[in-house]
Design a binder for this molecule. Sequence first.
Ligand code: AP5
Length: 222
Amino acid sequence: ELKEPLRVMISGPPASGKGTQCKFITNKYGLVHIAAGDLLRAEIATGSENGKRAKEYMEKGQLVPDEIVVMMVKDRLSKPDSLHNGWLLDGYPRSLSQATALHQFGFHPQIFILLEVSQDLLLERVVGRRLDPVTGNIYHLKYSPPETQQIAARLTQRFDDTEEKVKLRLNTHHQNVEAVLSMYKDITVKINGDVSKEEVFTQIDSALTSLLEQRKAASGSV
Ligand code: AP5
């Protein structure tokens, strides 16, 4: 029996498949999925001042300021379910200052999963993405079409999922990714995200399984 739950970060460019893989990971490993983008969209939905400010940045494909994002993520990580079941942090940290803040709050991941996807696939994935507001499921018109007409009729598109906006989001990603990677290089596992979602999960699953085995072996040897 392992004392400490898993603490996982997942990172990658916009539409690289983070949310899709997080569903697979939480189903198998029972971690609490915490997505910075989802927290921000929930804040926007409340109509709060922070939400309004956040939306201005998201519409430009820029990072929302730390004073809004950092405490939001920290508070979610500090809830009993995350502490008890372990967490899967998606889309955070996106800058060195965010990584440093998390570190200072005492949240340290055991593994940093980096999804690598070629640029032309990212564009295709963004423009074809659709969301089911009822279940929260992520679809793609070509790669993961909705199962029924009823679902198809209610699908929505994110306000920042246009080709123009994703180019801005990609620029922001490229400006920040190296600084974040430098913090986690010892625990980074690079995953080929160009293949089908099932094949991507197979790679992630084997990385998580071997992490758990290493920890078991280490605790057994004490
Ligand atoms: P956020 O919501 O995090 O967006 P993102 O990083 O751009 O990532 P996405 O959610 O767009 O994509 P994903 O990687 O989850 O891909 P998905 O699985 O859906 O952030 C939005 C904005 O919020 C940012 O621009 C920023 O302004 C702000 N923000 C967020 N975090 C912040 C932070 N920490 N600090 C400051 N600001 C922050 O897949 C995409 C599509 O591809 C889907 O249609 C899916 O079905 C399909 N697909 C997935 N995998 C495959 C596959 N293997 N093969 C074929 N299709 C696939």
